[in-house]
Ligand binder design. Structure first.
Ligand code: ZN
Length: 92
C-alpha cells in the first residue's frame, strides 16, 4: 500500500477538557476528511478514526464506510504530534 496521508489542517470539533476527550476533524492533502477521537491522559492517544463520507475513500475508492484509515493511525498520530497540530488546535 503506497498511500501516504498528509495532514493539511486540523480543527477541534468538540472536547471535554475535564475528561481529556477530544474530537478533531483532520483534513488531508487529497481532500479526504477524517474524524479522530483522542484521549489526552496520560498522553495524547488516538482512540478512533473514521473517514467522513464526503469523498470516496482514497485507498479502496468506496463511498461508504470502510476501515482503511485505521491502518494509518500511527502515521497520522506522528503528524498530529510532530507537526504540532494538537498543540495548535487546542491552544486557547
Ligand atoms: Zn477504504
Amino acid at each position: 500500500m503506497s498511500y501516504k496521508p498528509v495532514i493539511t489542517n486540523v480543527t477541534k470539533a468538540s472536547s471535554n477538557d475535564k475528561e481529556g476527550l477530544y474530537e478533531f476533524i483532520i483534513k488531508l492533502a487529497d481532500g479526504t476528511e477524517c474524524r479522530a477521537f483522542y484521549h489526552r491522559f496520560p498522553e495524547w492517544r488516538m482512540t478512533n478514526i473514521s473517514r467522513l463520507l464526503k469523498t470516496p475513500c482514497p485507498i479502496c475508492r468506496k463511498d461508504f464506510i470502510c476501515k482503511c484509515m485505521e491502518a494509518f493511525t500511527g502515521e497520522l498520530e506522528d503528524q498530529m504530534i510532530g507537526d504540532n497540530w494538537i498543540e495548535k488546535t487546542t491552544a486557547e
